[in-house]
Each structure stands twice: as structure tokens, then as C-alpha cells.
Design a protein around this ligand. Structure first.
Ligand SMILES: Cc1cc2nc3c(=O)[nH]c(=O)nc-3n(C[C@H](O)[C@H](O)[C@H](O)COP(=O)(O)OP(=O)(O)OC[C@H]3O[C@@H](n4cnc5c(N)ncnc54)[C@H](O)[C@@H]3O)c2cc1C
Length: 250
């Protein structure tokens, strides 16, 4: 079989020193009503009794309830080193006990992953082979500052299909604009250099920026006024310095 172009989503080695989003989740069922199915907890920076992150480690929990007795609970870290299985287990167990007062639960499903958060994603224009197009987690598809891949992968694939229908030798379609990649780089600089401020800055973003504007920003569909709202919600001096340093190092 022959093809003019190949889309390559095979994993590649993650360069040493890259910030990693690594997580472990349990989908659990309980015998009593515990969860509020109307509320998703995106980031719970748990108390010190539950979470004692090493220096440079950003640690939070994610809770997605499906019903009062059924939820996906994840322990997530942003750090350059992945944790061992025992640490994930201890974190999830301590969190379920202290946050929800649970002593027992049934694990229905486990998931675990490592998502690279590079400050500079692959530039598709500089790929090694013209007709082999890298896409997915190890290309430019995932939004590096969040690790979200699915919505960006769907949009990139649709745009690439449209380009191929227009021209059989269509060029590779990047997942996002240079501006958006630059914002990601500045934010990852912040996470690496000031992990102790991460909880406060995420809280500012989620409280000070209207949710529709923040969703557009996080899904790379931001309008100019959304960028303005996000920028005014962040600690200005710190982010201006990081943005300046990133611009001069580019
Ligand atoms: C547990 C988990 C949950 C996630 N949840 C979300 C989420 O809710 N939302 C979100 O946006 N992102 C999420 N992600 C991140 C990301 O969206 C997924 O990892 C996504 O599947 C990445 O797509 P991909 O094509 O890059 O990699 P993959 O889906 O891993 O695809 C790579 C493929 O390459 C194949 N392969 C590997 N080596 C070879 C080889 N040598 N030759 C041929 N084939 C090979 C593999 O079998 C696999 O099918 C999650 C990741 C994980 C691990």
C-alpha cells in the first residue's frame, strides 16, 4: 500500500528536564451518598495533611462525579519526575479519607498517564520528513500548558482533512497559532519557576475571568478581549518579567 502522506502519532522519548503532567485516577463506587454530581472539581490543592509535594512539584486532585456514589478521582502532579505507584495510591487513599470521610470504596477502573508540558512544541514547518506529519501528544497537538489534547486533535484533524481535499499535497496544519504557543511557554516558565504560587494563580484565573472567556482561552479560541481578561487576572509584574525573558530568549 502506498500513501502520499503519513500522519505519525507514535510516542517519542520526552527530553530530560521537560515539565510533566503525571496523574493516576480511580473510578470508584461507594455505599453511601458522597459526591455532588452537579459539581466538577478541576483542581483541589489539598491541605498539607494530604498533600506534601516535594519542592518544585505542583500537586492537586480532580474529582468528576457521575452520581452521588460514583466518581473519577485523580491525583495530578506538574513536576519533572513521575511518582511511584505507592505514592499515587497513598495520595488517593488519604484524599478520599480526609476530604470525603470515606473508609471504604470499590475501584471500578484505574487510569494513569504522563503528558509532556514542553515550553516549545514541535514546529511542524521544521519536521524531518516532508510527507511524514507528526501529530498528537509528541507533536504540537496537545496544549502544553494544560495537557488537553482531544479538542485540539479533533480540530487539527478536521483542518488537515479540509486542506487535503483542497490540495492533495497540502502542507501540515499546525494545531495552534504562534501567539498561543508563546502564551503556553510563558505559563510553563511560571509553573517551573514559581510552583508555590500555582494554586493562587489558578484560583485568580478561575474567579476573575468569566468562565466562557477562560474556556475560549484554554481551548485556543480566545478573542482579543479574552487575552486582556486573562492578562489582567495574573500577577502583572511577575508575568511581564516572564514574558519579557521569553521574548528575548526566543
Ligand atoms: C489516562 C489518560 C487520560 C487522558 N484524558 C484526557 C482528557 O480527558 N482530555 C484530553 O484532552 N486529553 C486527555 N489525555 C491526553 C491525550 O489526549 C491522550 O493521551 C491522547 O490519546 C493522545 O493522543 P496520541 O495520538 O498522541 O497518543 P495515543 O492515543 O497514545 O496514540 C499513540 C498510538 O501509537 C501506537 N504506537 C505506539 N508505538 C507504536 C509503534 N512503534 N508503531 C506503531 N504504533 C505505535 C499506540 O499503540 C497508540 O495507539 C489523557 C491521557 C491519558 C493517558
Amino acid at each position: 500500500m502506498q500513501a502520499r502522506q503519513v500522519i505519525d502519532t507514535r510516542p517519542t522519548a520526552i527530553p530530560a528536564g521537560t515539565l510533566l503532567q503525571h496523574f493516576c485516577g480511580w473510578e470508584i463506587e461507594t455505599d453511601t451518598d458522597v459526591f455532588d454530581p452537579t459539581t466538577v472539581t478541576l483542581m483541589d490543592f489539598a491541605p498539607a495533611a494530604v498533600s506534601q509535594p516535594a519542592s518544585g512539584d505542583i500537586h492537586f486532585f480532580y474529582v468528576l462525579p457521575f452520581s452521588p456514589r460514583h466518581a473519577l478521582v485523580e491525583t495530578t502532579h506538574f513536576s519533572p519526575q513521575v511518582s511511584d505507584q505507592d505514592s499515587y495510591t497513598r495520595e488517593l487513599r488519604d484524599y478520599l479519607q480526609s476530604r470525603f470521610g470515606l473508609q471504604q470504596w470499590q475501584i471500578r477502573h484505574r487510569e494513569q498517564g504522563v503528558i509532556p508540558m514542553p515550553k516549545q512544541t514541535l514546529d511542524l514547518a521544521r519536521r524531518r520528513h516532508a510527507n511524514i506529519i507528526p501529530m498528537g501528544l509528541h507533536s504540537d497537538t496537545a496544549k502544553a500548558s494544560t495537557g488537553y489534547c482531544y479538542p485540539h486533535a479533533q480540530r487539527q484533524a478536521l483542518r488537515h482533512v479540509a486542506a487535503l481535499f483542497a490540495r492533495q499535497d497540502a502542507l501540515a496544519v499546525p494545531a495552534r497559532s504562534k501567539l498561543s504557543c508563546w502564551f503556553d511557554g510563558v505559563f510553563i516558565d511560571f509553573l517551573e519557576q514559581h510552583p508555590e504560587l500555582a494554586g493562587e494563580v489558578f484560583l485568580r484565573l478561575f474567579t476573575a475571568v468569566p468562565s466562557d472567556a477562560l474556556i475560549r482561552f484554554l481551548s485556543d479560541r480566545a478573542r482579543p478581549d479574552d487575552y486582556l481578561r486573562v492578562m489582567t487576572a495574573l500577577p502583572k509584574r511577575l508575568f511581564i518579567r516572564l514574558a519579557y525573558l521569553r521574548a528575548v530568549s526566543a
